[in-house]
Structure formats: structure tokens, C-alpha cells
Design a protein around this ligand. Sequence first.
Ligand code: ATP
Length: 259
Amino acid sequence: MTDLARHRAEATQHDGALVSLEGVTVAFGGVLALNDVSFTIAAEDGIVGIIGPNGAGKSTCLSVIAGARPATSGAVTALGRPLGRRPNATRLARAGVVRTFQIPRPFAEMTIRENVVVALASSRRARTAELVTQADELLERLGLAAMAGSPAGSLPLAMRKKLEVGRAVASSPKLLLLDEVFEGLSDTEIDDMVRILRELHADGIHLVLVEHVLRALRQLAQTLIVFEKGQVLAQGDVETVLSSAEVKEAYLGDGGGEA
Ligand SMILES: Nc1ncnc2c1ncn2[C@@H]1O[C@H](COP(=O)(O)OP(=O)(O)OP(=O)(O)O)[C@@H](O)[C@H]1O
């Protein structure tokens, strides 16, 4: 295959499937966090939410897509790259697959600005002054500009969540995987985060969110994937999935999320 043909083939694969899991199982001893899971996420699916009761395997799934945890068996691709048995999350992040964590992990002693500068420096070569300018632009977009000089460790939750998103965006993701970014936010803070994520998506960043806050997903997502007991129970457009009797029983019936 010529380089050009290979490039086209990769681009086609990438366009067709941002993420694909085929027969993926992740075992923790006797617990199957993922049990023979297969699904595909394409760009046309828009913003994708992964929902399901506690312990259903959602975060494990995100870790597998981000290359942070190998599948025990099965095949995973992200942005058209097969991840193999020994995925490398750092290399995958450089290729554009970046995840945030449920509990934000900023460098607490550093200021908000410094945290973003460090993240920017991980994905580009530029002078410090240029990185600071870029960091300030990003903080402006996130509504954190006024706090740029504050230590990251002292921030209230909503701002820590925003900073977590900002640090992820600073590393130039093509596919951003968000783990419970709305957890613990007030209604106003949820609306603010929805606006930020919509803008990122409009800028061309593909978004996949593991989330319990359905109010946010109803505003933001076009597609839902529902997990139950390590398996995919349903996948489809948001309202169709949420109105399915099977999903209501498995997910909403157990108090695992707010309708
Ligand atoms: N590192 C681990 N070691 C052992 N078991 C684990 C580990 N991580 C997850 N599990 C188990 O795997 C299953 C799936 O966990 P996972 O965190 O992926 O679920 P989840 O759907 O994200 O849950 P939640 O909504 O509560 O965050 C659970 O039974 C969990 O206890």
C-alpha cells in the first residue's frame, strides 16, 4: 500500500469510527467490569453520553478507550488506531485521545494558569510567554480568567471541573473523554458547563461523556449508550433510549440517575 493510500484508508476508518469495541472483556479477578462489549461511535453520532447504574462498567470502558487499561480480550480502536494488548495512554493522548477524571487532579500547589501552561507545553513547542497567552485565552473561554493566579488546590468544585476540562483541551484532543464532569454541580453550573462543551464540540472536538446527570445529557448529547452489568443494554438517540422500557427499568428504576 502506498503512503497516500494508507493515509486515505486511515482517514476513512477514522471518519467511519471514532471508537470501536469488539467483544471487549475486562476482568478484575472474578468480576467482569466489561463482559463481551461491542459498539461503535461515529462522528455522525454527535456528542455521546454513556450512562448506566453504579458499577455497570462505564468508567472502565472510558479507561479502555483512553488506553489507560488493557482489555483482557477483544479489540479496541480509538481514532482508527488499534490499541492492542499493551496500550500506551500517553502516546494515545499525543494522537488526540484525552480523558478527564471524575475527581479532578490539578497540580494543587500551582496556579490555574500554570496548570494550563503545563498542559499546553505537553502538546506543543512554544516560548513560555506564548504559552501564557494561549493559557489566558483558554481560561477566558472557560470563565476562569479572573482566577488565573489562584492556586488550583483552593478552587471550589465547579471551577476545578472547568480547570480539568481546560487542562484536557490544552493538550489538543481530537476525542475528549469526560468522566462525570457534571457531578456535584448546581443547575447554573451545569448550564455553564453545557455551553462550554457545546463550544468545544462546535470547534471540532469529539466528545464522549460518562455521566449520571441526565438533565445535562438531555441538553448536550445526541446519542446515548446504556451499560448494565458490564454489557451494552441500548444505544441510540437520546429520547428514544430514555423512553425505552428496558432502559427505564434497568437504570432509572434503581435510583442510579435522575430522570
Ligand atoms: N481497579 C479495580 N479493581 C477491581 N474491581 C474494579 C476495579 N475498577 C472497577 N472495578 C469493578 O468493576 C465494575 C465496574 O466498575 P466501573 O467503575 O467501571 O463502573 P461504573 O459504571 O463507572 O460505576 P460508577 O457509576 O459507580 O462510577 C464494578 O464492579 C467495580 O467494583
